[in-house]
Each structure stands twice: as C-alpha cells, then as structure tokens.
Design a protein around this ligand. Structure first.
Ligand code: PMP
Length: 406
C-alpha cells in the first residue's frame, strides 16, 4: 500500500436485493476516508504515546517530539513564512472561531454570503457581501467594501466552495486587500484536500483546514498564519498549557506565547500526527496528476448526468473547481434521492443545504427562475478525491438516472 492509498477502499455493503457491492463513497467533502499515511502514523504511535509537553520519560519525550515535528511538517505544507505559526485545533470551525476572537478590537470582517457557516458566523463585526456571479464581481465587491470600511478590516473567503467546488481567486483577492492594508483569511477546508495551499503562494495571511477532510481521522484541524495578532490576543482556552505562570490571586498570571497560547489543555497528539502524515505524503505526491484524475472524474460525471438534472454554479461551468458538484433535481426531493442511492445502490452522497444556507438558497432560487429547482429541499452533492474511481462515478450517474426517471 502506498501512503496515499485509502484504508477500507474495498468496504462492502449489502443491497435490499441481497447483492453485496463495494460501497461507492462520494461524500468526501463531508469527511474523506483515511489515507494509509495517517493510519500508519497512528499505528506507530499508539504503543508509545504519553503526554505532550508535560512529562519526563520516553513516552512523553517521544510524544513531544512527534507533536512538534507534526507542526513543522504542517508549516511546510501551508508554505509558512517567517512570522507565521501553526496552531492545532479541533477542525476548521474551531480554527476560524479561534481567529475570530484574536482579531484586533473593532475589526470589520468582509465576508461573502456564499461561505460555509463556519466562515460566516464566527466574525464579530461582519460586513456581508452577496455571493458574486463571477470572480470579477467578487473582486469588484471587495474593492467597494474596502473603500467603504472605516477602521481596521480583514477579508475572509473560502478557497473552494463546499457546495459548488468552485475555486476562488485567492491570489487576486489577497493582492487587492493587501493594497488596502487588509489581511486575508482563507477557509481552506475544501481546497487543501485537492490543491496545494501555500500561504506564500496564495499571498494569504491565514489558512484554516480540517484533518478529517484531508484523509486523516477526526478531531484535528489547523490554523496557520501571522503570529502577531495571535500572540497579542487573549488565549482561546484558559487553562494548563496556555498559562506560563499563575500566582496565588486571580488575575496574577502570564499567558504563554506562540502556539501554546491557544492550545490550552492536553493536545490531540494522534490527530496532529495523522494530519501531518498526510501533509507529508501530499508534499511529495504528484498533485497535478491527482488533480487531473479528479478532473477526469468530473468530466465523466457531467457526461453521465441524466436529462433534467443540472449542476449548479456561481461562476459558470467552465470555472476551475475541485471534486465537488451539487445538483438541482427538478421535481425530486434530494434527501429522498440520496436515501435511495444509499439503500438501493450502495452509494454515499449528501443532500440538503451543506451548512451554507444563504448560498444554497441563492443557487436554488436561480434554478427556480428557470423551473429547474427544488425549493426548500436543497441540492444533491457528490464529491470525490483520492481513491475515487470511474466506476464510482458511473455507478452514481447510472443509479441517479434510474432514481429520477423511475
Ligand atoms: N468550511 C468549509 C468550506 C467546509 O466545507 C467545512 C465542512 N463542511 C467547514 C468549513 C467546517 O469544517 P469542520 O466541520 O471540519 O469544522
């Protein structure tokens, strides 16, 4: 097995007909399956782990080293620059909430309505912009907002949409924001599993992503970026690890600086190590080839879509996207369709609004105007990545045709 092979790729499921088939997992955008690199890293550490940064002896020493090596690997994965730091969090939601609390007082956050709720709801002073219809419109909207905002501001934006899979023009948005002295936060939850995410190359100031979408198990995520705001802010969690010295009286204390300041409590060593193991494997992988494979599956899926089923998008079908598509199913309840795909065909997809209610409403509304929507019930989403095959996609499109035309 190679580092980026999927563990449990041959998982079987029994259909009501009694037939047993390989489960076709097309819900990577929710949680991707585990890569061999992550499983191996966990297996190697399980017999040896102890407390991180908190003890003597070989278990603790091994664990402390493993945890800090994991941080270094992730720093390389995110193209960290001098002055950046990597904080291990629980997931993207946790990372963005942490950062929201670390923004300098009075900061306005410029954010598009098309964001996942994790990047829409945490911000204390949001300036919400309607989801744009093109990358140019996104840039114009941000330019307008930058001109209107008085006082400090940040821009937060997704790297790739969890609904449409569309890749956002991060470099251009970063250059624009920086020209106004405004920092940029990238929700890379859906970008990191599919395309390189370099702070340096994207020109962004912060990146957040989740291990469980990056072929590692649950419970670990990453916030990476400029250390200065993070060091100046109060700790995210108050407790051991985050505190440097504590006196006898309340308030007599100093907080740690660096990542420890925001990693209060005993850290999730196995989570951090498994995320880092996948990062290391992706760093040496031919990511162009992985991307091309995902694009081939996209083309195949599109070619096989049944009549009347339509892919939704903000930026149009030709705009670059990762392995995620959402489909409008006129006359059908996507939840029912997803249920039948799972039960009768052994295919896992997702239906609904994908924690992006304003965006899905907007996409469904657009559909409604040309009588192609499913008002109130949302969309059907298929998503794929490492280990996904043409057979998975063909089974999906064939089964979907059967379900919507039955
Ligand atoms: N942002 C995006 C774009 C996502 O797709 C998700 C997960 N669906 C999140 C943030 C939140 O990730 P998590 O649930 O791991 O915190």
């Amino acid at each position: 097995m190679s580092a980026l092979d999927i563990v449990g790729d041959d998982l079987k499921t029994e259909l009501p007909s009694g037939e047993t088939v390989r489960f076709a997992h097309l819900d990577y955008a929710a949680s991707a399956p585990c890569a061999q690199a992550a499983a191996q890293a966990v297996a190697e550490l399980l017999p040896r782990y102890g407390s991180v940064h908190r003890g003597t002896g070989v278990r603790s020493q091994t664990s402390t080293v493993a945890y800090e090596v994991a941080r270094d690997v992730v720093a390389e994965f995110v193209g960290a620059r001098p002055g950046d730091e990597v904080i291990f969090t629980r997931n993207t939601t946790d990372a963005l909430n942490l950062l929201a609390r670390a923004l300098p007082e009075g900061t306005t956050t410029i954010v598009f309505e098309g964001e996942h709720h994790a990047n829409l709801l945490p911000w204390p002073n949001p300036l919400r912009l309607p989801a744009p219809a093109s990358p140019e419109e996104a840039l114009n909207a941000v330019e307008g907002a930058l001109a209107r905002v008085t006082g400090p501001a940040v821009l937060t934006v997704t790297g790739a949409s969890n609904v449409t899979g569309e890749v956002w023009p991060i470099r251009e948005l970063s250059d624009l924001a920086h020209a106004h002295g405004v920092r940029v936060i990238v929700d890379a939850a859906q970008l990191a599993p599919h395309l390189p995410v370099s702070l340096d190359q994207l020109g962004a100031d912060y990146l957040a992503f989740s291990g469980h979408k990056l072929y590692a198990p649950f419970g670990a995520g990453v916030l990476a970026g400029r250390a200065d705001w993070l060091d100046a802010a109060g700790p995210y969690l108050h407790g051991g690890g985050a505190s440097a010295t504590v006196g006898d009286h309340p308030g007599e204390l100093t907080w740690a600086t660096g990542p420890a300041r925001h990693e209060g409590g005993t850290p999730n060593l196995l989570g951090a190590v498994s995320v880092a193991a996948v990062c290391a494997a992706l760093l040496t992988a031919d990511r162009d080839a992985l991307h091309r494979h995902e694009q081939r599956l996209l083309a195949r899926l599109r070619a096989g879509l049944p009549e009347g089923v339509r892919e939704v998008s903000l930026f149009g079908p030709d705009h670059p996207r990762v392995g995620i598509v959402s489909l409008a199913l006129p006359g059908h309840d996507p939840a029912q369709v997803a249920h039948r795909l799972g039960r009768d065909h052994g295919i896992g997809v997702r239906a609904g609004q994908f924690c992006a209610h304003p965006l899905v409403r907007r996409l469904v509304d657009t559909d409604r105007t040309d009588a192609c929507g499913s008002p109130g019930t949302g969309l059907l989403r298929a998503s794929w990545g490492l280990g996904s095959t043409e057979e998975d996609v063909d089974r999906f499109t064939r089964a979907l045709s059967g379900v919507v035309h039955s």
